[in-house]
Design a protein around this ligand. Structure first.
Ligand SMILES: Cc1cc2nc3c(=O)[nH]c(=O)nc-3n(C[C@H](O)[C@H](O)[C@H](O)COP(=O)(O)OP(=O)(O)OC[C@H]3O[C@@H](n4cnc5c(N)ncnc54)[C@H](O)[C@@H]3O)c2cc1C
Length: 483
């Protein structure tokens, strides 16, 4: 019996094989031409962990690749089944399993969206603060698999800081739970939970997880402050932290990037927001708390800004435009973003991380590299993603014409070069997209001899190299067929 027949026998109508059913799973939001769409051979729509176990056991027996995906809004092809085989549509498993108000945790199936988590605890005055712009489509599993960025990262961090336990179906079809559902930390065993975070489906399929939830702050205030340079913005944030203030979120925009978020402003007024010529960076900063604390915090934050020659953006429409575009999304989906984004030209970004003192340097390299490959620059953002400290996750973004193979090829060269530049700056190639197949050439370059240990871990979880093959390591490498 073929493996697809076995799947049909085990899972019935949860198995999809028609061309039109498979086609949509051959691409995510990363720039790629029509010819580069790679549909899987078969799609599974599981409803429970047991469905995933049955799928992986059959795949293991036959040595068939298994790629799990969520909302397919990944921007580097992480869920694209580049070796075809089986695609597991994780969005079919989206149930909330438990809300524990006393212990402030929520457990959900892995395909619940991040917004689903927020909705499930809202009536208890709680929320899950790991929220990307794509919170309605990004699944819990994908957030874990990529250790994504959040709008509120400067206070709450990333999934790494918020996930308590993960249920995983390994590459042999065994179910394991890593971490502890109700305790915040543990010093026993090895921290396998942290290993799964950022593993992008290469060690197994995530089927459920328990995360912390937090009390919803009473009030929130968003500001934008103009600084002459990115470096000055970093100094400002350092002063804010030293004063004892904790922003909920902070995002440094280069002046080009602001336009991406304020397209609706331009539509209405017929011009871009007026930003002084001396502006080198715009800091969007979010504070939250009860009225007294928030008032005191803002007073102090404004005083530090004035001392450091930062200018508060007084025109609230600019700030509100940014905030709507970034978080509340109170408009028809993505309409407010630059119209060329995702229609004619795709949003294509490199996502390196660098030490806090190198922001100006990487910005220079970003512009230089984009120009070298003749690519249209959208702009750079530095998202502050480490709780209560300065830790950058960068989005060095371009507009890429997805119909033009030459432009796509130049974009990939840019992407590779930016990865190398970040490592040379004692940084990392990726901060929220993970490795995918695009960073494989520089994997060793970043990790050195530790890459060998990672390979052995991969083989332990996935002896036949069937879990999202081609990501982090080539499949041949995992199977020992290449050096
Ligand atoms: C408009 C827009 C805004 C965005 N904003 C942000 C942002 O603010 N911050 C940010 O970090 N990113 C952002 N992104 C990028 C993207 O949303 C995130 O990277 C998100 O993680 C993708 O979620 P997804 O469910 O669509 O994942 P997919 O693209 O479907 O998958 C992503 C990865 O997760 C793995 N995966 C999925 N399900 C499983 C599973 N069950 N088990 C194991 N592995 C699995 C896949 O194999 C793949 O490697 C944005 C994207 C868009 C389109």
């Amino acid at each position: 019996m073929s493996y697809i027949e076995e799947l049909k026998e085990a899972l019935g109508d949860k198995v999809l094989t028609e061309d039109f059913e498979r086609f949509v799973f051959g691409a995510d939001w990363s720039p790629r031409t029509q010819g580069e769409i790679i549909p899987p051979d078969v799609v599974i729509c599981p409803r429970c962990t047991e469905d995933v176990v049955k799928t992986v056991k059959i795949a293991y027996e036959h040595g068939i690749p298994v790629t799990a995906g969520g909302g397919l809004t990944g921007m580097a092809g992480g869920a694209v089944p580049i070796h075809r085989g089986i695609y597991i549509d994780g969005t079919c498993m989206n149930q909330i399993i438990e809300v524990d108000v006393d212990n402030q945790t929520i457990r959900a199936q892995s395909g619940a969206s991040l917004q689903d988590l927020v909705d499930a605890v809202e009536l208890h005055g709680l929320w899950f603060p790991v929220l990307p712009e794509s919170k309605w489509s990004c699944t819990l599993a994908s957030a874990i698999a990529c250790d994504i960025d959040s709008t509120f990262g400067m206070k709450y961090g990333k999934p790494l800081n918020m996930v308590l336990s993960i249920e995983l179906v390994t590459g042999t079809g065994e179910v394991i739970e890593v971490g502890h559902r109700k305790t915040r930390f543990s010093a026993t065993g090895y921290k396998l939970k942290d290993l799964i975070i950022g593993s992008e489906g290469t060690l197994g399929v995530i089927t459920a997880a328990t995360v912390k939830v937090e009390p919803v702050p009473e009030h929130r205030h968003v500001d934008m402050i103009i600084f002459p340079s990115m470096g000055q913005t970093v100094k400002y944030l350092d002063r804010v932290l030293k004063a004892g203030l904790v922003p909920e979120g902070a995002h440094i925009n280069c002046r080009r990037r602001l336009k991406f978020y304020t397209h609706a402003y331009k539509e209405k007024h017929g011009h871009d927001p007026k930003i002084p010529d001396w502006a080198g960076a715009l800091l969007a900063i979010i504070f939250a708390g009860d009225r007294d604390v928030l008032d005191f915090t803002l007073k102090k934050a404004y005083a530090i800004a004035a001392e450091m020659k930062g200018q508060i953006v007084e025109e609230r429409e600019i700030v509100d435009n940014w905030w709507i575009s970034k978080h509340t999304l109170e408009f028809p989906p993505f309409k407010q973003k630059w119209p060329a984004s995702q229609t004619v030209k795709k949003f294509g970004a490199a996502d390196p991380g660098i030490p806090m003192g190198r922001l100006e340097d990487i910005y220079e390299k970003f512009i230089e590299t984009a120009e070298k490959y003749d690519l249209e620059i959208l702009g750079m953002n530095a998202y502050l993603e480490h709780p209560c400290s300065i830790g950058f996750s960068l989005s060095c973004a371009l507009f890429v014409d997805y119909r033009d193979q030459d432009e796509i090829d130049r974009y990939r060269k840019y992407f590779e070069e930016m990865s190398k530049i970040a490592v040379d700056m004692e940084g990392t190639m990726s901060t929220y997209m993970s490795d995918t197949d695009l960073k494989v050439p520089y994997f060793e370059y970043e990790h050195g001899p530790a890459a060998r240990y990672m390979l052995e871990i991969k083989r332990l979880f996935d002896p036949k190299g069937i879990m999202n093959p081609g990501k982090k390591f080539t499949r041949d490498r995992v199977l020992g067929k290449e050096e």
